[in-house]
Design a protein around this ligand. Structure first.
Ligand code: PMP
Length: 380
């Protein structure tokens, strides 16, 4: 083969060393690594979706502006369809925002530790990104917020509330500071806000702060991670702008129906919230009671905790418990994150963790030599 006819095309240079992002999907008994709700959708939901999709004309493209769905998404907040936009998961919402407002001559500011997709989305859209350190306890104070935007003059700010991987909420005063001290689009990522106390959401600030965007998802409290649906709420100019970057017909017709049915059944979908929060608080209390575990308060459906056990991720996995490993990431040395699962799953996690920690603490114990079953690569 001559040089003029090579067998493959080189990948974009800035992607050459990139490992595809994604948490492992392992077939183990207790999967607590991706923050889904453990309970399936309410009984009857899939049957109703199955019934309603009979009427679809699948030979035709779906409703491109998905107006009925946008109306249904905005209604609980008193917002019209002109202030709502949906996409395939809130990751795609965030991607579209960076496609519209990011790019090589723009700047994104996020806070460290960030949700792991923020740097990925910045890279994909060629948007320079600055990660500003959260406070020592991982909170976003008004001072940190004001200083971040004053120093870096961003075009876009992504801030998750509750934050992932820590679980802490961002106060409205900090959101106001980000907005009022900058000219940026302030995107508050509320993927987990349904697990937080009432009043935590920034949606009430939309009228006051014209450059505020709130993004949400059906993947977490809404128990529909398999549906891939997220949405944003914002001023109508944001909704107009993202339409310049969306693919035509990006939301398929079956998804639009499935989401409408879910919205009709909202109370049934969200009835687990108090139960999940109670389980979170129970797991938190058990972890906090141990002197060899540091655990952060969480308003979400997961807990970040730190121990001194270097191979804890692998040892939990050997016992059939998959959590998320942050232990090698900046500022998160020794940290793992566990999703709140069913009571039985949480018990299995706590039992496995207790066994490992007690074993490590026992000076007569033989160190674990079993081979690792852990996935390799950047994301675990
Ligand atoms: N934001 C945060 C903070 C998340 O943790 C996640 C999912 N892990 C998302 C956004 C994206 O969720 P999805 O694309 O499933 O809506």
């Amino acid at each position: 083969m001559s040089d003029a006819s090579p067998e493959r095309v080189p990948l974009r240079a800035d992607l050459a060393d990139v490992t595809p992002y994604g948490a492992p999907q392992l077939d183990v008994p207790v999967r607590l690594n991706t923050n889904e709700t453990a309970d399936p959708p309410p009984p009857g939901y899939l049957a109703e979706v199955g019934h309603r999709i009979q009427d679809l004309e699948l030979n035709r493209y779906p409703d491109r502006p998905h107006t009925a769905l946008r109306e249904a998404l905005g209604a609980p907040f008193g917002l019209g369809s002109d202030q709502v936009w949906a996409a395939n998961g809130s990751n795609e919402v965030l991607l579209q925002l960076l496609q519209a407002y990011g790019g090589p001559d723009r700047r994104l500011v996020t806070f460290r530790p960030p949700y792991s997709m923020y740097p990925e989305l910045a890279r994909t859209t060629l948007t320079p990104v600055t990660e500003v350190d959260l406070d020592a306890d991982f909170s976003l104070t008004v001072d940190v917020a004001a200083d971040a935007v004053a120093t870096h003059d961003p075009d876009v700010v992504f801030v998750a509330s509750p934050n992932n991987p820590v679980g802490t909420l961002v106060g409205h005063d900090a959101i106001r500071a980000l907005h009022d001290r900058s000219r940026a689009l302030i995107v508050v990522d509320e993927a987990y806000v349904e697990f937080a106390p009432d009043g935590a959401s920034a949606i009430g600030l939309l009228e006051e702060l014209p450059r505020l965007v709130v993004s949400r998802t059906f993947s977490k409290a809404y128990r529909l991670a398999g549906l891939r649906l997220g949405y944003l709420l914002a001023r109508s100019w944001v909704v107009d702008d993202v339409q310049t970057v969306r693919l035509p017909y990006h939301l398929d017709a079956i998804k639009q129906v499935a989401a409408l049915v879910a919205l009709e059944q909202t109370p049934a979908f969200l009835e687990h919230r108090e139960r999940t929060a109670a389980e979170r608080d129970r797991v938190h209390a058990t972890l906090a009671a141990r002197a060899d575990v540091e655990v952060w308060p969480s308003a979400a459906n997961f807990l970040l905790f730190r121990t001194d056990v270097r191979d804890l991720f692998d040892r939990l996995l050997e016992r059939g418990v998959l959590v998320r490993d942050f232990s090698r990431q900046p500022r998160l040395t020794g940290c793992l994150r566990a999703t709140v699962g069913t009571p039985a799953e949480n018990d299995a996690f706590l039992t496995a963790l207790t066994e490992i920690l007690d074993d490590v603490a026992d000076p007569t114990a033989i160190p674990s030599t079993s081979p690792t079953t852990a996935p390799t690569g950047a994301t675990r």
